[in-house]
Ligand binder design. Structure first.
Ligand SMILES: C[S@@+](CC[C@H](N)C(=O)[O-])C[C@H]1O[C@@H](n2cnc3c(N)ncnc32)[C@H](O)[C@@H]1O
Length: 321
C-alpha cells in the first residue's frame, strides 16, 4: 500500500462515499480502502481494466475530490485546471502526497486555485491538505499540450507523458540508428509515450502498433500521428498483453512504475520479446549504459550486438533466430 493511501486510511469514513472522486488513483489498494468512491487513474479504470480517459470527470453529485499528487507538477496544474473548469461552485478538494516528492510545490499550485487551504493531517512522510477549489473556465488536454519538432515531425505531448515537450536523449540515440536502417514490415513500439518513435517508423513506411499503459500517452501518440498525417494502431495496454507477432520491436523501455524507479517492466519486455517476434525479427532498444541489459539479451536471444553508444546510452539490437 502506498504511503499516501495509508494516510487516507485514517479518513476512510469521509472518502468512502459515492460523492467522492479520487483522482490519480494508481494504487490498487484504494479500491479496497474506498470501494464506494469513484476512482480515476489515466492508467487503469476502477475495475482494473485499461483507462480510456486521460483526465477525471466530476459528476453532478460529486461533493469532494481527492487528488493524489502526481509525479509531474505540470500534470497537477492541468488536473486542478480541468477540475476547476468542471465545477459550478467552489468544490471541496483534498491534496495528498509525499513530503519528499513535492507536496509543498503541490500546495503552492493548490493555493493559486483554491480558498480556505488548510493542513488536515500528516503521517508516513506524507501530508494531506483540504481546500475549496474555485470554479474557472473549462480546460482540457489541448490547453496543456506542448510540442517539438524532430526532423520535420511535429511531436505532441501532454503533462505526465514521458519527456513532456522535449526529445529524450536516449530516444535521440535510438532515432539516430533508425535513420540508417532499412525499414519494412510490422513494428511494435511498446511504451510509446508521445509517439515520437511510432511517427518516425510510420513515416519510414512501417506498419506500426503503439502501446502504452497511460491513456494520456495514448492520446499524445494519436495527436502526434494526426499532426503528421500518419497512421498507426494505438492502444492502451500493459507490455505485450494481447498482442501478436511483429517483424520488429523498437523501444526506449520504461524505468518507472508510478513514482517508483524499477527495471521490472524493461526486463519483462526483453525476456518476452522473442515470443512476440517473427522468425528473424529484431528487438532494438536504448538504455542507460550501466544497466545490466547485455546479460538479459544474452539469456533471451542467440544473437545481439551494440549498434551505437555514447557516454550515457547504448543502443542494442537482438535478433530472433
Ligand atoms: C522511457 S518512456 C519512452 C516513451 C517514448 N517511446 C519515447 O521514447 O519518448 C517509457 C514509456 O513506457 C510506458 N509504460 C510504463 N510501463 C508500461 C507498461 N507496463 N506497459 C506499457 N507501457 C508502459 C510509460 O508510460 C512511458 O510512456
Amino acid at each position: 500500500m502506498d504511503n499516501t493511501t495509508r494516510l487516507l486510511q485514517r479518513h476512510t469514513d469521509q472518502i468512502d462515499t459515492p460523492e467522492t472522486l479520487i483522482a490519480e488513483a494508481s494504487d490498487p489498494e484504494l479500491a479496497r480502502l474506498a470501494p464506494r468512491a469513484r476512482l480515476h487513474s489515466d492508467r487503469m479504470d476502477a475495475t482494473g481494466g485499461w483507462a480510456t480517459e486521460p483526465l477525471p470527470r466530476i459528476d453532478a453529485d460529486t461533493h469532494r475530490v481527492v487528488v493524489i499528487l502526481p509525479k509531474s507538477m505540470e500534470r497537477l496544474e492541468m488536473l486542478l485546471a480541468v477540475l476547476a473548469g468542471q465545477c459550478r461552485s467552489a468544490l471541496e478538494l483534498w491534496l495528498v502526497g509525499p513530503t519528499r516528492e513535492g507536496i509543498r510545490s503541490g500546495l503552492t499550485r493548490l493555493e493559486q486555485r483554491a480558498e480556505w487551504v488548510q493542513a488536515l493531517d500528516s503521517a508516513r512522510h506524507c501530508k494531506l491538505y483540504r481546500a475549496r477549489l474555485l470554479p474557472d473556465r473549462p480546460a482540457g488536454l489541448d490547453d496543456f499540450a506542448a510540442s517539438f519538432v524532430y526532423q520535420g515531425l511535429k511531436i505532441i505531448s501532454y503533462p505526465g507523458v514521458f519527456s513532456h515537450g522535449r526529445l529524450d536523449e536516449g530516444t535521440r540515440e535510438l532515432l539516430a540508428v533508425m535513420d540508417t536502417q532499412e525499414h519494412r514490415g510490422s513494428v511494435l513500439d511498446p511504451g510509446c509515450g508521445s509517439g515520437v518513435l511510432s511517427a518516425a517508423l510510420a513515416r519510414a513506411g512501417r506498419e506500426v502498433t503503439a502501446v502504452d499503459n497511460s491513456s494520456t500517452a495514448v492520446a499524445a501518440t494519436r495527436a502526434t500521428l494526426a499532426a503528421n498525417q500518419l497512421h498507426a494502431t494505438v492502444e492502451c495496454g500493459d507490455g505485450y498483453t494481447g498482442l501478436g507477432r511483429f517483424d520488429a520491436i523498437w523501444t526506449n523501455p520504461p524505468f518507472h512504475q508510478g513514482l517508483r524507479r524499477t527495471l521490472e517492466v524493461s526486463e519483462a519486455l526483453i525476456r518476452q520479446a522473442p515470443r512476440y517476434l517473427n522468425k528473424g525479427g529484431t528487438l532494438t532498444l536504448v538504455a542507460n549504459r550501466e544497466l545490466p541489459y547485455p546479460r538479459l539479451l544474452e539469456e533471451s536471444f542467440s544473437t545481439w550486438r551494440i549498434l551505437r553508444e555514447s557516454n550515457r546510452y547504448r543502443v542494442y539490437r537482438a535478433r530472433r533466430s
